[in-house]
Design a protein around this ligand. Structure first.
Ligand code: SF4
Length: 269
């Protein structure tokens, strides 16, 4: 009986790995033989040491989107093709936060629509059983940071946002968080994680554990749990990271299921 259960579990895990394009050489010893890491004990909020932003006034989601779409508060606003506000349900229980728009996102006005976005959609669907319309996806900065801002039509023109650009744009994200009130936030990659948690460690050191995003940083009623994981672009560059990401998403799934009282249905309202 136990052997049959183990066989079923192994087959199930391998099917998910295949969906995520994990080839056997990425699974030394086989994923089924490798126990999932226990969720780490929650640590005190690392973000408590981050510079606090003043709580921001509430506004409706529509008003906030309009404000962002016409924003020129930093130089990125002068060269973007589209401000990329965010996508998904304003009632989502989980919010994914990336770094900033790239070429495709700037052209389409939606976050995570290139190859990284397709992989994120696949992870959402395969591991969490969710569509992008059932979560919320946004970035730290809303306009495309370019190496050469005079040429938004060139590929490979992306760069990380500067600390100044992040500081100016971050209040929009905080207002989104305050309006959505998600049960948890998943930061995608080092930049988003460092900004929201105020930590210096790289993503490989801090991923896979729950942290706390304190209410005073976004003017909310309650702290929000935060789970850092790899950016999908990192998985495209290094497929070996998919296994860790899969483990992180299993942690997220457990959290969402416990929050929903064990239900397996969509977590968004
Ligand atoms: S990046 Fe943010 S602050 Fe800068 S122009 Fe765009 S929306 Fe405004």
């Amino acid at each position: 009986m136990k052997k049959a259960l183990a066989r079923d579990l192994a087959a199930h895990i391998r099917r998910i790995d295949e969906e995520l394009h994990l080839s056997p050489h990425e699974l030394p010893g086989g994923a089924a033989a490798r126990p999932l890491k226990k969720p780490a004990a929650r640590r005190p909020a690392a973000a408590a040491s981050a510079p606090a932003s003043a709580p921001v006034p509430a506004s409706s989601f529509g008003e906030l989107e309009k404000e962002v779409k016409s924003c020129r508060r930093c130089a990125l606003g002068s060269h973007r093709l589209n401000a990329v506000f965010g996508v998904g349900s304003p009632k989502a229980r989980v919010m994914f936060v990336g770094e900033g728009p790239g070429f495709q996102e700037d052209h389409q006005g939606e976050p995570f629509v290139g190859r990284s976005g397709q992989l994120l959609d696949k992870i959402l669907d395969t591991v969490l059983g969710l569509k992008r319309s059932e979560v919320y996806i946004a970035n730290i900065v809303k306009c495309h940071p370019m190496v050469n801002p005079d040429n938004p039509e060139s590929h490979g023109n992306d760069r990380p946002p500067s600390p100044e650009e992040i500081a100016v744009c971050r209040p929009y994200l905080e207002r989104q968080i305050a309006l959505i009130k998600p049960g948890c936030i998943v930061t995608l990659g080092s930049v988003a994680t460092k900004v929201l948690l105020g930590v210096e460690e790289g993503i490989s050191k801090i991923r896979g554990k729950w942290y706390v995003y304190p209410r005073n940083l976004f003017g909310g009623d309650a702290d929000i749990k935060l789970l850092p994981t790899y950016h999908p672009a990192a998985l495209l560059r290094n497929p070996k990271l998919k296994l860790d990401t899969w483990e992180d998403m299993k942690m997220l799934k457990s959290f969402l299921e416990s929050e929903a009282g064990g239900g397996a249905g969509p977590m968004a309202g």
